[in-house]
Structure formats: structure tokens, C-alpha cells
Design a protein around this ligand. Structure first.
Ligand code: DGL
Length: 235
């Protein structure tokens, strides 16, 4: 057992989760895998996603990971349940759009930006149903192409997509934007430039706290020196 916490995403998006994990759990050893061969996850079917993520889980297991963090809203909302059933000996923590945080903080008009697969996921609709109060509005917007554009650093496409989103919701008095894809916190400034009066919300703190809670509960906290290793390939 190498005592690692495996963290993965389709690319660089999971860094936004990794950063928070490192802050909250500085003594842990993290093993990060960016699955660039399969980016974007947001347009894949559930079957494709389960096959891809199962391969990653099996790879991370070989490194002796004590826990796997799915640093991707798409993979979490689409297949975390199935992964938990398939790998019952593994601890999983995933990230979902922080709709609960927006609702609990009494924002009136919340826009949830995420990949097409996350927006259409049953889990996302369930989060709205469970948390939305009567007087609140939650708008779900599938940002087709945004995660791959962030992955490539294609700022022209990012600008075009954000312009369309801002235009489509300009008369809705949006006061909070849930960043429902882990790639999106990487373009916080660009989002705020188009929608200056909104509060941006992401799920990274919630994930880090949940990881800590589960490690404590299972007596798995590391007491040594923390580190981050990046995996080139999953074997
Ligand atoms: N960063 C991921 C998410 O949170 C996936 C983006 C993608 O590959 O489509 O959904």
C-alpha cells in the first residue's frame, strides 16, 4: 500500500480540486492522472464513460491507492454509482455541481454551467429537486465545447461561448453561477468579465472536506510528508 489518493479528470480541470485537496490535506500523497486521450468526457455515453473510468480505477488500484477522487462532474454524475458497485473495496469521492451551496446561500437566480452530459444527468436533476426552494430559480446551461477549449487554451472559442451564455441569460438577474465542470474555475476571470455581478461557486471545498471526513472515518490519514505525483499513462 503506497498510501496514495488517486485523483483523475479528463485533463487539467481536476487541478482545481487537487489544489484544494493539497491545502486541506497537506500531509497526503496525491497521484494525479489527466486522461487527455479521452477528453472531452462531456460528450460521451454512459457506457463509454464507465469503460474509460473503470480502466483508470484499475490502473490507480495497481499503485495501491487507498481512495480515488473523481475530480470531474461528468464522470461523477454519470458513473460514480456504478463504479462504487463495481469496486466495492475502494473508497470514492466525487464532485457534483454545487447546486446545494447556491440554494443554501439563498441565491435567487442561479445559473449552472456544466458539460452536456452533466446537465442531462439524472443526478443533476435530483440535486435541483432536493435543494431548490420555491422562490429560487435554477437555470441549467450545457456549455458544449467549453471544457475542450479550456484544455487547449483556445481563448477565442472560450470568449464566443461565454458571450452566448451571458447574452442568453442577461434578463434573468443571475446572482450566482455554479461552475459545474472542474475546468471552469480555470477561467473565473473570463466568466466574471462577461457576468460581473455574479457570485461564482465551485465544489472544490466540499470535495476536500468530504475526502478528509472519509479518511478520518476510516483511519487512513497520512502522517508523513505530502506530495503530488503526476501519472503519464495508466497501465
Ligand atoms: N472537467 C470535467 C467535468 O468536471 C470534464 C470536462 C470534459 O472532459 O468534458 O465535468
Amino acid at each position: 500500500m503506497n498510501n496514495y489518493i488517486g485523483v483523475f479528470d479528463s485533463g487539467i480541470g481536476g487541478f482545481t480540486i487537487l489544489e484544494k485537496l493539497k491545502e486541506i490535506l497537506p500531509k497526503e500523497k496525491f497521484l494525479y492522472y489527466a486522461d487527455r486521450d479521452n477528453v472531452p468526457y462531456g460528450n460521451k455515453t454512459d457506457e463509454e464513460l464507465l469503460e474509460i473510468t473503470s480502466g483508470i480505477v484499475e490502473g490507480l488500484k495497481k499503485y495501491g491507492c487507498k481512495m480515488i477522487v473523481i475530480a470531474c462532474n461528468t464522470a461523477t454524475t454519470r458513473c460514480m454509482k456504478k463504479l462504487k458497485e463495481k469496486y466495492q473495496d475502494m473508497l470514492f469521492v466525487g464532485v457534483v455541481p454545487a447546486i446545494k451551496v447556491a440554494c443554501d446561500n439563498d441565491f435567487k437566480n442561479t445559473l449552472v454551467m456544466a458539460t452536456p452530459a452533466t446537465i442531462e444527468a439524472e443526478r443533476t436533476l435530483q440535486l435541483v429537486k432536493e435543494n431548490k426552494k420555491k422562490e429560487q430559480n435554477i437555470y441549467l446551461v450545457a456549455c458544449e465545447g467549453l471544457a475542450p477549449a479550456i484544455e487547449k487554451g483556445d481563448f477565442k472559442t472560450i470568449d464566443k461561448i461565454l458571450n452566448n451564455v451571458a447574452k442568453d441569460y442577461q434578463d434573468k438577474n443571475i446572482d450566482a453561477v455554479v461552475l459545474g465542470c472542474t475546468h471552469y474555475p480555470l477561467i473565473k476571470e473570463e466568466i466574471l468579465a462577461k457576468m460581473p455581478n455574479v457570485q461564482l461557486i465551485d465544489g472544490s471545498l466540499g470535495v476536500a472536506n468530504e475526502v478528509k471526513r472519509q479518511l478520518e472515518e476510516n483511519n487512513l490519514l497520512n502522517e508523513g510528508t505530502g506530495c503530488i505525483h503526476f501519472l503519464e499513462k495508466i497501465v
